[in-house]
Design a protein around this ligand. Structure first.
Ligand SMILES: NC(=O)c1ccc[n+]([C@@H]2O[C@H](COP(=O)([O-])OP(=O)(O)OC[C@H]3O[C@@H](n4cnc5c(N)ncnc54)[C@H](OP(=O)(O)O)[C@@H]3O)[C@@H](O)[C@H]2O)c1
Length: 242
């Protein structure tokens, strides 16, 4: 059985990834999010609020069980929040903690738990962290989100270097998935130009049907995950280079 642990599996890209995996036989998915929206014989849901660090600490072991029949195990850290769109100086201080907890601290704990649980196995193991193009450029109004995704990229690079030094043969990547037609984009379209100078541009992406379909992007990501890594493949990737 090929096992997948996918956070944020209730909607958007995470749900599309889980469904793409489940369309294949011999796969099993544990989805982690607050809401459960997938019903499938090979889908198990773990309700968890990734902004509640105590709950994360207490429940992480449930999503990395022993799987004696595992032929491969893949963790996809997909869940993320943009948080309130606005400039530094105009936020509640709690905003930064919230965005970093969901986007960096919870994924880091999941990576840590995954590597601790499965580091000694010899089957193929992969961690994929869903990042964003915003990690690489300044986007006004998205400070915490951009910084959290840059941190996730840095964590990915470090973890891959460590696993290479250990010779564990575990593949760890981060991936910017492009601009997708999901709830996160709806949130972005509702921002005003005072808090986000690119608001009109993002509304135009939607009006001109330039947003990628989560199902199509998910199929591409799953096909890439199931191919052997290219020699010299970058650790921090963009979907258009897969
Ligand atoms: N959409 C884009 O254009 C775009 C662009 C670049 C990168 N990305 C990245 O792609 C990934 C997926 O984004 P998306 O657009 O699919 O987002 P989305 O539609 O907003 O879905 C977010 C998912 O994360 C889960 N989630 C949010 N807060 C959570 C919490 N506190 N605890 C547990 N789960 C939580 C949600 O589940 P519940 O609400 O059920 O908890 C949901 O399943 C994210 O990492 C995002 O940063 C998206």
């Amino acid at each position: 059985m090929h096992y997948y642990i996918i956070t944020g599996a209730s909607r958007g890209l995470g749900k599309a990834l889980a469904e793409a995996v489940l369309r294949q036989s011999n796969t099993s998915v544990i989805g982690v999010s607050r809401h459960a929206t997938i019903e499938h014989a090979r889908y198990h849901h773990q309700p968890l609020d990734l902004s509640d660090m105590l709950a994360v600490q207490n429940n992480l072991h449930k999503v990395v069980p022993r799987w004696p029949d595992a032929e491969s195990i893949t963790l996809i850290n997909n869940a993320a929040v943009l948080g309130e769109i606005g400039y530094l100086g105009e936020h509640q201080n709690e905003h930064f903690e919230f965005v970093f907890d969901v986007n960096v601290v919870a994924p880091a704990m999941l990576m840590n738990t995954f590597l601790s649980a499965y580091g000694g196995l010899t089957i193929p193991r992969t961690i994929l962290n869903i990042s964003s193009g915003a990690a690489q450029r300044a986007v006004d109004g998205w400070g915490a989100y951009s910084a959290s995704k840059a941190a996730l990229d840095a964590l990915t690079r470090t973890a891959q270097k460590e696993q290479d030094l250990r010779g564990s043969n575990i593949r760890i990547r981060s991936l910017a998935p492009g601009i997708l037609d999901t709830t996160m984009q709806e949130h972005i379209r509702h921002a005003d130009a005072h808090s986000f100078s690119e608001a009109a541009k993002f509304r135009a992406f939607h009006a001109e049907s330039k947003l990628a379909k989560p199902d199509e992007v998910a199929e591409k990501i799953v096909a890439w995950l199931q191919r052997p890594a290219r020699v010299g493949e970058d650790v921090v990737l963009r979907v258009d280079t897969l």
